[in-house]
Design a protein around this ligand. Structure first.
Ligand code: ATP
Length: 137
């Protein structure tokens, strides 16, 4: 597929960066397939990040991701998964390339402004977590 899934995380929402991040995404050539603002409960955040449940930062991550509103979106572009990870930059903003979303807008390795799916398979699972089939066109 040529789709990926993203979230604008609570830090970027609180810091007022949502508009600038969406602008970078659109100017980066991605079509918005589906988009919504929502608030993850701790239970829902825990489910979303279930793959990380053995990692030492899991509790912190779940608490952070449920600490405020987020924007969730499905994006479409040729080579979407890889190109979006290039656009957002490294997980740790200190290591992210100049001009990337995380370099510009992230606070720390945990509070890093955006999520981007790491594979086509996960992009589909994550998009389906937030959006029904009718919402994806
Ligand atoms: P994402 O899956 O959000 O796009 P990623 O693939 O770059 O991020 P992962 O290693 O999969 O990074 O980690 C998932 C998320 O967990 C990170 O985006 C970050 O919010 C958080 N995280 C990762 N490493 C740490 C850490 N050392 N301390 C705190 N939080 C972390």
């Amino acid at each position: 597929s040529n789709r990926t899934f993203t979230m604008i995380k609570p830090d970027a929402m609180k810091n007022g960066h949502a508009g600038a991040i969406l602008d970078k995404i659109i100017k980066g050539g991605f079509r918005i397939v589906a988009l919504k603002q929502t608030h993850l409960s701790e239970v829902k955040a825990g489910q979303f990040y279930e793959v990380h449940k053995e990692r030492p930062f899991y509790g912190e991550l779940v608490e952070f991701m449920s600490s405020g509103v987020i924007i969730a979106a499905i994006l479409e572009k040729e080579n979407a998964v890889a190109d979006f990870r290039t656009l957002i930059g490294a997980t740790d903003p200190a290591k992210a390339d100049e001009g990337t979303i995380r370099k510009l807008f992230a606070t720390s390795v945990g509070e890093n402004a955006v999520h981007g799916s790491d594979s086509e398979e996960n992009a589909k699972i994550e998009g389906d977590f937030f959006f029904s089939g009718l919402e994806q066109f």
